[in-house]
Design a binder for this molecule. Structure first.
Ligand code: ZN
Length: 64
């Protein structure tokens, strides 16, 4: 399992989240997650790279 860097949409701090296992996942995979720094909720969307060997994460805030 790889760690993905995510930038929080609320506090703009960067933290790492354990991403989904590529072989076992249907991408995109969405997680509801609370920021490690500010504890605000966000939605993290994991996508598989074109080569299929890397998971990339992006986060957006919920509602605001
Ligand atoms: Zn945050």
């Amino acid at each position: 399992m790889d760690l993905c860097e995510v930038v929080c949409p609320t506090c703009f701090e960067t933290f790492e989240v354990a991403g989904p296992v590529i072989e076992e996942s249907d991408f995109p995979v969405e997680y509801d997650y609370d920021c490690n720094i500010c504890c605000r909720p966000m939605l993290i969307v994991f996508e598989c790279s074109y080569e299929g060997d890397e998971v990339m994460a992006s986060a957006r805030g919920l509602g605001d």
